[in-house]
Structure formats: C-alpha cells, structure tokens
Design a protein around this ligand. Structure first.
Ligand code: XUL
Ligand code: CO
Length: 444
C-alpha cells in the first residue's frame, strides 16, 4: 500500500497510526497490529485485510430512535451536496490512510446523494466514483466491496427484491445494476447483498413463497449481469435475522445456504458474516463462521459486536479478544477469507463526538483482531484442541466407523455389531479442561 496522504488535511493533529508494541502508553498507537510484520511470508496487513465502512465512519451522525444527530463533521458543511460528497471522500481517504486500513466498503447512497431521478442519481454517483477512483490510485487503498442501499428510501419500505410491486423490483434491479458497474469500476473484490428490508412484518399481507422467488430472481439477474460485464468479484450474502423487519429472509447462514441451494445459486455466493447479526440470530459469531466454512462458503467478515443487555444491532467496536480468538481459529482453519476481509461495520457511540474518537475506535478494533490472529495461530500451531477433537472422533477413522462414513454399512450390519459389542462405554467430553486451556491462551 502506498502511503500518500491527500493534501488537504482534515485530521491535522493526527499522524498515521504507528505500531509501538504492547508496552506503549500512547492511546493512538497500535499495540498488536503491526501491518508489515510477516507471518508465513505474508504481511499482517495482507492476512487481515482490514476495511473501513463508509456508512458508519463517514455518514454516522449519532442518531438513535430517541434523538437526532450529535456528531457534526467539518467536511459536511456546505450547501451543494455533491461538493460535500467529494470533500467527504477526501476526508475518508485521509482517514483510511492514517488508520492504515488497506480497504474500504460503501453503499451507493453513502457516497453520493440521490438526484431527482434515477438517471440523475447515476450521474452524481459517477462523479463521486471518479473522485474515489483517483483517491484509490493516489493512496493505494482498495475497495473490498460495494453494495446498493435498497432500504433507506421510502420506495423500499415494503422491500426491494421482495416488494409486492413489480415497479419497485425494477427500480431495485436498476440500482443494483449501477452499483455493480461502479463496484467494478473501482476494482471491488466482492459485492454484498444484505437483505435490508427483504423480510416481512405480517403474514396477513405477505405471500412468502412469491417473495422468496423474487429475491432469488434478483440475485440470479445480478449473477447474469456480472457475467455480461465481466465483473469477477465474489458475491456475498450477509445474513441478519431481524431489524429492520421483524423477520428477515436471510435469517442466518444455515437459512441462507438452504435458500441458495433451493434456487441453484450456491456456486455464485459466499457469506459475509457479521458478529452482531450472528448474536441477534441466537448464535455465536464462531458458530456462523463454522456453518459457512462447513459448506465452503466463508467469504468475509463484518467486524463488530452487540451488547449483551440490548436486543438490537448496536454495531459496536469489538474488543473481546476471547470471542475474536475463537472466531479467528475457525477462520484460519478454514483457510482464511480469500477475497474477503475484516470490515469494521461498527460505529462510535453517539456520545463520542470528537474526531479522534473515530481513530480510538478503529485502533481498538484492529488491535483486538490482530491479537486474536496471533493467539489463534499459536493455538493452531500447538494443535492441542485439534488433537483432542481428532481423538474424540477416532472411532470413525477405521473399522465399522469408517464404513459408516463411507456408506458401506446399514442398519443390519450395525445391529450385528451392536449385539456383539454390547453397551458402549461413556467417554468424558472434557469441556472444563478445554475451557481452562483456552483461558491460558487468552490470558497468556
Ligand atoms: C446492516 C448491515 C449493513 C450491511 C451492508 O445491519 O450490516 O450495513 O453490512 O448493507
Ligand atoms: Co454489515
């Protein structure tokens, strides 16, 4: 990554964040994230592929259901929304460079305001995208993924691909078409579909089967169009069980897999797993990663966390090294994220109104992931858990266990074996011993 910082400094008091090691007192230094440090011949930056989410970091104003904006940024001042969008983009690339994130992500409507028609919106988007492209070139920051915002505008209040009105479906299709084109223009390595308002509030007014068919049709069209224009990025589905709708169709990874397989789309999609979406679905982050990995569909991560005491998507920066170490073990075991990365789909609290709060938040998130990465590597190198798990299943490695796995035996053969061997002897699963072992890795 080149290190050139855009000339007009929006963060004049902040120097590029440096790695100073675990002992540093400097709150604006990395203690664990050392982008240039090599692991298996690959830099930490290339292993982790951190990305900044434009919507939170550059459009987040601190709104919540009970109150308006608390956060006001100097680059947002100005009358012409397109000029503001261009200036904001300068600030964003200065931030990406100073925080030393190699990637960014955006929704079409985060980066450019809507015009009075779709054609005008597309034109405005083109102007901002051209600016983003030149900033990508001068800074070396790359696009992890692009997506279309199919949930904020009132036209999408009843869904986009699942809207009961075919006119809205057509509008959404046109918006995805354009978003794909600009993602390609910016060299995006992936394209994300988060379900937005693709779900329902009441079955009294909903034809679920038709909505699912329509959602699949939208995804199929995206796949077809990507082929037509030669977009080679990976498509990703980002599951979320609820919010904004009461029930979202892409509830979790397992329901996403079933959906994709039902409609013959499984070869074209992987999953973008978000920590707080996993927990809203009643799963752990690691569970969702393991389900995706089991299907060879682990794509990317939206890095954040919820709050145990709050039942909604709080999108906080995650500093829970234990949770992240477990997630990282599963990710590394699966062979990493490929074209994916760790995108901070996380926002500062509405009371964190200073500009440097943006830096503190990302430093903490990046450091926690970096530390988890190192701990996970140690855990996997030592292989103690894997050894235990392998031993636990070893009865399937040979003999009739292997015959079960290979489909060579059925009920009759197994009945004979059960008669002959008698009652199986229970074996301890050793959970507490393993939890203590994990604690040693986390503490150490
Ligand atoms: C919403 C969410 C989105 C997606 C992109 O909860 O996570 O920001 O990541 O549309
Ligand atoms: Co997300």
């Amino acid at each position: 990554m080149k290190k050139k910082i855009p000339s007009k400094a929006w963060f004049p008091k902040i120097k590029p964040i440096a790695y100073e090691g675990a002992g540093t007192d400097n709150p604006l230094a990395f203690r664990h994230y050392n982008p240039d440090e090599l692991f298996d011949g690959k830099s930490m930056a290339d292993h982790l592929r951190f990305s900044i989410a434009y919507w939170h970091t550059f459009r987040g104003a601190g709104l919540d259901p009970f109150g308006g904006a608390t956060i006001c940024r100097p680059w947002d001042a100005g009358r012409d929304p397109v000029d503001v969008a261009l200036r904001r983009m300068d600030a964003a690339f200065e931030f990406f460079t100073k925080i030393r994130a190699p990637f960014w992500c955006f929704h079409d409507r985060d980066i450019a305001p809507e015009g009075t028609s779709l054609k005008e919106s597309n034109k405005i988007l083109d102007r901002v995208v051209a600016h983003a492209k030149s900033l990508q070139k001068s800074t070396g920051v790359k696009l992890l993924w692009g997506t279309a915002n199919l949930f904020s505008n009132p036209r999408y209040m009843c869904g986009a691909g699942t809207n009961p009105d075919a006119h809205v479906f057509a509008y959404a299709a046109a918006q995805v078409k354009k978003a794909l084109e600009v993602t390609q223009e910016l060299g995006g390595e992936n394209y994300v579909f988060w379900g937005g308002r693709e779900g329902y509030e009441s079955l009294l007014n909903t034809n679920m089967k038709r909505e699912l068919d329509h959602l699949a049709a939208l995804l199929r069209m995206a796949v077809d169009y990507a082929k037509q224009i030669g977009f080679g990025g990976q498509f990703l589905i980002e599951p979320k069980p609820k919010e904004p709708t009461k029930h979202q169709y892409d509830f979790d990874v397992a329901s996403g897999v079933a959906f994709l397989k039902t409609y013959g789309l499984e070869d074209y999609f992987k999953f973008n797993i978000e920590t707080n979406h996993a927990t809203l679905a009643g799963h752990t982050f690691q569970h969702e990663i393991e389900v995706a990995a089991a299907h060879g569909m682990l794509g990317s991560i939206d890095a954040n966390s919820g709050d145990l005491l709050l039942g909604w998507d709080t999108d906080q920066f995650n500093t829970d090294v234990r949770e992240l170490t477990l997630a990282m073990v599963s990710i590394l075991k699966a062979g990493g994220l490929g074209t994916g990365g760790f995108n901070f789909d996380a926002k500062i609290r509405r009371t964190s109104i200073d500009i440097d709060d943006l830096f503190h938040a990302h430093v903490g998130g990046m450091d926690a992931y970096a530390l988890a990465f190192k701990k996970a590597r140690t855990i996997l190198t030592e292989g103690k858990f894997e050894k235990h798990v392998a031993a636990r299943y070893s009865s399937f490695d040979s003999g009739f266990g292997a015959d079960i796995e290979n489909g060579k035996v059925g009920f009759k053969e197994l009945e004979k074996i059960a008669f002959k061997l008698g009652e199986p002897k229970p074996v301890s699963a050793k959970q507490e011993m393993l939890e203590n072992l994990l604690a040693r890795y986390i503490d150490g």
